[in-house]
Design a protein around this ligand. Structure first.
Ligand code: ADP
Ligand code: MG
Length: 224
């Protein structure tokens, strides 16, 4: 494959609580090629979110190697991790985590300003992405004025705003009814493909996983 956008080796993570240690990840190995969309499938509690949090460089406490777009990210200091998150990664969570006081467009513009993009092209890109997701008429609506499916579409546009090499999505449609989830997921996958980003998408749903390019299963702390 082309130089992978994500290469995980020997990733291990355990939690100790009340003197008891649970080994959630026990040596995860995974490589994702540029533009590849991979489903991370496993039942609730299998460690999907723990794996995505490690790859998202949100917290330390794990062992192993995580190469993101060629950079060994696991060993970076906080400043370096922030730079990789900002420049190479996009995030979609189960709950949208949009900024409530800003409208849909601003929620997609702000990460671009932080990235260093000028306001005019940032606004143009926000309009393009939101329009591609059918929200061209909702640009000035705040999250509270949008439906759950619309909120998740804004979160998708925000995740793609800085053209990340890799999008990390944790049960991105898990909070939506099944019909809405199917539509939003299809739009998410189409836009990720159009943009040429790769994605790692956690889900406990076999049917949803089947829509991706490849499925990896998390079982007893390793990927099959
Ligand atoms: P999934 O996303 O697949 O449902 P998680 O990664 O959230 O699974 O959790 C995997 C296991 O790790 C669970 O048993 C959970 O209780 C445990 N776990 C996750 N985060 C923590 C934490 N911060 N402290 C203690 N245990 C945790
Ligand atoms: Mg989870």
């Amino acid at each position: 494959m082309n130089s992978p956008v994500l290469e995980i080796a020997g990733l291990a993570r355990s939690f100790t609580q009340g003197g008891q240690t649970i080994h959630v990840l026990r040596g995860v190995e995974l490589a994702i090629a540029p533009g590849e969309i991979v489903a991370l499938l496993g039942p609730s509690g299998s460690g999907k979110s723990t794996l995505l949090q490690a790859v998202g460089l949100l917290e330390g406490g794990f062992e192993g190697s995580i190469r993101i777009a060629g950079t060994e990210a696991a060993r970076l200091d906080a400043h370096g991790r922030t730079a990789v998150r900002r420049d190479a990664l996009g995030f979609v969570y189960q709950f949208h985590h949009l900024l409530p006081d800003f409208d849909a467009s601003e929620n997609v513009v702000l990460p671009q300003l932080i990235h260093g993009t000028e306001r005019t092209p940032a606004e143009a890109r926000a309009t393009t992405l939101l329009t591609a997701l059918g929200l061209g008429h909702r640009l000035t609506h705040r999250p509270s004025q949008l439906s759950g499916g619309e909120q998740q579409r804004v979160a998708v546009a925000r995740a793609l705003a800085n053209r990340p090499a890799l999008v990390l999505a944790d049960e991105p449609t898990g909070n939506l009814d099944e019909a809405t989830a199917d539509v939003v997921l299809a739009e998410f996958l189409r836009l990720v493909r159009e943009e040429g980003s790769a994605a790692l998408v956690a889900t406990h749903n076999e049917r949803i996983a089947g829509k991706m390019d490849r499925v990896v299963r998390l079982h007893e702390g390793v990927l099959a």
